[in-house]
Design a protein around this ligand. Sequence first.
Ligand code: CUA
Length: 332
Amino acid sequence: MPRTRLWLLTAALAVSGCAGPFPQSTLQPRSDFARATDALFTDIFWWAALVFVIVETLLVVALVRFRHREGRPVPKPMHGHTLMEIAWTLAPAVILVFVAVPTVRTIFATAGDAPADALKVDVIGHQWWWEYRYPELGVVTANEAHVPVGKPVQVTITSADVIHAFWAPRLGGKRDAIPGRENRIAFRADSVGDYSGQCGEFCGASHANMRLLVRVDADSAFERWVAAQRAGPAAPAAGSLAEQGKAVYSRSACLGCHTIQGVSPGVIGPNLTHVGSRSTIAGGIFPNDSAHLAQWIADAPALKPGSIMTRMKPPLTDADIAALVAYLQSLQ
Ligand code: CUA
């Protein structure tokens, strides 16, 4: 009895692993690209299931029928049965054709470019964050991309340093981000929502901390977002903590690496012009709140191993950090 219970417990634990939510499941596609690969997966899954059932049935039948029994002669081995040899050569070949044709069809369907009027998004992988540029809209942002629902999107992917891979599983397949090369992916998202993803190619110490978010917006929300991103940064109110923060920013090393439109031109780290409007920081691994921003500014490598944003020398005071946080949060 205890053994039965152990088996039941094991089965229950194994099955509970199948419970959701799975924000990065390719089995819950939300774009034409992802639906094509999901359909291919389902197709091949059933072929594989059929092969499994046939092979295992034959195996079990053979085990039971031809097993050794007392007083029974050894079964006669079969050799040179032409019909069977032809059958078990042809059957896998036919199955492979049924797998290969939809596979090649899907590869071509998902490798093409979007129509010429598609929204263009340039994705640039950095150790360890994502930069998004919308060349036609004049928008540059980081870690969170916005795209409109139901519209074709043409993504061009490259890298500023090492090889990364851009992957938002519910929207489309993985594509390598290779320095000096451009890879492309086109998709049309079909449902409004937030779709998380991550770097899919080992790229150094914080590869696992290189997450991303694609926000699929309704048309009007996307237009509002674009308008807000194109506007200059908010000017902090006179005498506010944010204004002190801007002064700290302007006399510290921040401006060597970050762009804030009209304030600093750095291009090594993420563009911060509208950093306050994002939901996460540091490559999508922490919520964009005061506590995490303060910790991040004080000691980024402690939160993200290998981060090239080092501790400042001399270190910023707590008051300076609080002012900087207020300033960054004001940049909506
Ligand atoms: Cu970037 Cu892994």
